[in-house]
Design a protein around this ligand. Structure first.
Ligand code: ATP
Length: 259
């Protein structure tokens, strides 16, 4: 029987140079979950994502993806990734929205084969999912940050992933469109049954939308239901992170920072 575990990290540690950046991380993501990954600046969140994607190798511990060791894993179409830098094309960038989305199919069809009609349909379907189909022939650089980010989600969706990883996707998206963005993620999670892992500093919003929250500062200090996290006060958070942190409030946004 297939297990529900999409990702399993067992005592994973990693350092770029002398200092551990990720230390003894145990983490399981199960099918259907929407996980928010939060922690202070420099706490190793992006590095944890790089470890999951096989971009850097753990110095200690093991990582399994879809019940397979990362060392053997090759079904990368199962995992979509949207980085925080995705939405920074300038207005002169010479690619249409449709072309950008089709590049998400390269891992499936091979870099030197031609895109056919079926691929175009698939790309349009992804654009429909993120409600951007009408922009298919626009140049990517003509769109706003929020619209570009939707296009990059469409590109990540085009290979039908089971897990979508997003690294601070709302950076550069204006507040007004952040709510729409979370609604889109909610639909992907509930209707398309895509599991989500999202790195963010926006704790106030993520706990409203994610099913689970993971707090890390090199190691995982909390992993549990969003409801449980929402009830923590500053004292609980200090205990969680092992040092003094406070929740900053900017309207409805909260973020954890070192104090
Ligand atoms: N390529 C690299 N070489 C050396 N050190 C790095 C490299 N990338 C990150 N680091 C260091 O590793 C630590 C963790 O960085 P990382 O980017 O994973 O944290 P983060 O939690 O994602 O931070 P932020 O919230 O600020 O984006 C930091 O001290 C950072 O300076």
């Amino acid at each position: 029987m297939k297990s529900n575990k999409i990702l399993e990290m067992d005592q994973v540690s990693f350092k770029y140079e002398k200092e551990w950046v990720v230390k003894n991380v145990d983490l399981v993501i199960e099918r259907g979950q929407f996980l928010g990954l939060v922690g202070p600046n420099g706490s190793g969140k992006s590095t944890l994502i790089k470890l999951m994607l096989g971009l850097v190798k753990p110095d200690k511990g093991s990582i399994n993806l879809f019940d397979q060791s990362l060392k053997q894993f090759n079904k990368w179409q199962e995992i979509g990734f949207v980085s925080q830098k995705a939405n920074s094309f300038n207005s002169g960038f010479p690619a249409t929205v449709l072309e950008v989305v089709k590049t998400g199919l390269v891992s499936r069809i091979g870099a030197f084969r031609f895109f056919n009609r079926k691929h175009k349909e698939k790309a349009l379907e992804s654009l429909r999912t993120v409600e951007m189909e009408e922009y298919a022939n626009y140049n990517i650089g003509e769109l706003s940050g929020g619209q570009q980010q939707r296009v990059f989600i469409a590109r990540a969706l085009v290979s039908d992933p089971s897990l979508l990883i997003l690294d601070e996707p709302t950076v550069g998206v204006d507040a007004q469109h952040v709510t729409d963005f979370y609604d889109l993620l909610g639909r992907l999670n509930k209707e398309k049954e895509i599991s989500l892992l999202m790195v963010t500093h926006d704790i106030g919003t993520i706990t409203e939308h994610a099913t689970h929250v993971v707090c890390m500062n090199k190691t995982v200090h909390f992993h549990g239901a969003s409801e449980e996290y929402k009830n923590f006060d500053d004292q609980d958070l200090n205990r969680l992170y092992g040092h003094s942190v406070h929740q900053l409030s900017h309207n409805h946004d909260h973020e954890v920072s070192n104090s």
